[in-house]
Design a protein around this ligand. Structure first.
Ligand SMILES: [Zn+2]
Length: 366
């Protein structure tokens, strides 16, 4: 599971030479093996002149292939992430429930950006499907159902002839529904305690879901992002796919809101930084509270592992110590710095305004 991966820890390990291999493989992609072989060959070629690094790379690839052969995969596994550095005795391999793009990267530290993106995009979600007498609760994390609960209460639906008066029948029926909604609400609260769930989707036929919403305590009500129409016996797959559609719609809305706030702050001369240079300084100095990154953004830069500094642009030697530097994607360095300093990270999907600002920006603490 994604939440079992400690990105902070991964962001803090590094070497002063590129001894780390990071591999991401999409198990649903039939070209996965071909990709790995091709990238391995390319890297060996690039390391031809550096005997020691070449040996390290080969050792890492042996460990990677060993994991691919014998790692215990779950049924739901759709992708693999592996980080290996043999001189540091470092090896971590994970099966992921979400597809990723094939990548193999040799660097001085684990390449964590794809994981950071998955973690940020796939926050936990609770779904409540209900009518007046049936409920199904789902707890979803990393796109997968973690827990589920079925609830049912017998509620009389038709007023049979004779016996109770219409009024008495209505009152009893209302009381029974009231009781049922209270039980579901309590169960939902339990559910939310298990995981840090920020979003809830209510689903079901007719008016029940809206009536049920009133039973939720205020803080939980605020987590409800959508109420969607579904049959009470909707297949699980359909319910999930409709819920994810709403989930991502909300995610995009929140992203647009953040960028709108950014624009306002810029106009007011508020506490923000944007563009690769300024954002980089703000993040590494620990001034950034929330870091926004356009999803596909990359920026060429260099890193000195001796001085632990990185800068945009290209250079052969470090401006401070004069030692040779490594070429890096500055955005990956930003992600690692944010993870290690506890800065909140938000990936923004294709936002033109943010792109014009340089593809990265940050709200600052001071
Ligand atoms: Zn240096």
């Amino acid at each position: 599971m994604l939440e079992d991966i400690d990105l902070r820890e991964l962001s803090e390990v590094s070497d002063n030479r590129p001894s780390f291999v990071s591999v991401y493989l999409n198990m649903k992609d039939s070209r996965m093996d071909k990709f790995l072989t091709k990238r391995e060959r390319e890297c060996l070629k690039a390391l031809k002149e550096e005997k020691e690094l070449k040996e390290i790379f080969q050792e890492n690839m042996e460990d990677v292939r060993e994991f691919l052969k014998s790692g215990k995969r779950t049924e739901r596994a759709k992708a693999i992430a592996i980080f290996s550095s043999s001189p540091n005795n470092f090896f971590e391999g994970y099966f992921l429930p979400i597809e990723v793009e094939n990548q193999l990267i040799v660097d001085t530290s684990p390449y964590i950006r794809p994981l950071a993106l998955l973690e940020e995009e796939w926050e936990s979600l609770a779904i409540v499907l209900l009518d007046h007498s049936n409920a199904r609760l789902y707890l979803i994390s990393s796109s997968v159902i973690q827990d589920t609960k079925k609830m049912h209460k017998d509620i009389m639906n038709k007023h049979k002839k004779g016996g109770w008066s219409q009024m008495r029948f209505q009152r009893l029926r209302k009381g029974a529904i009231d009781q049922f909604f209270k039980e579901v609400s309590e169960y939902l609260e339990n559910f939310l305690e298990k995981e840090n769930v920020r979003r809830i989707i209510l689903a079901g036929p007719g008016s029940a879901k809206k009536e049920f919403e009133e039973y939720l305590p205020e803080p939980i009500q605020q987590k409800v992002i959508a109420a969607i129409d579904e049959d009470i016996d909707v297949p699980e797959g359909q319910l999930l796919s409709d819920s994810f559609e709403n989930f991502f719609k909300k995610e995009r809305e929140e992203e647009n809101e953040m960028v709108a706030n950014l624009r306002t702050e810029i106009l007011k001369g508020g506490l923000v930084a944007y563009g690769v240079d300024d954002t980089l300084s703000a993040v590494t100095e620990g001034r950034a509270e929330l870091l926004l990154i356009n999803m596909g953004k990359r920026a060429v830069g260099w890193k000195c592992e001796v001085c632990k500094i990185f800068r945009p642009g290209s250079a052969e030697t470090c401006e401070s110590c004069g030692k040779p530097v490594f070429n890096v994607d500055v955005v990956e360095e930003l992600v690692e710095a944010a993870k290690s300093l506890g800065t909140t990270l938000e990936f923004i999907k294709d936002n033109e305004f943010l792109e014009e600002l340089g593809g990265v920006a940050a709200f600052l603490r001071f």
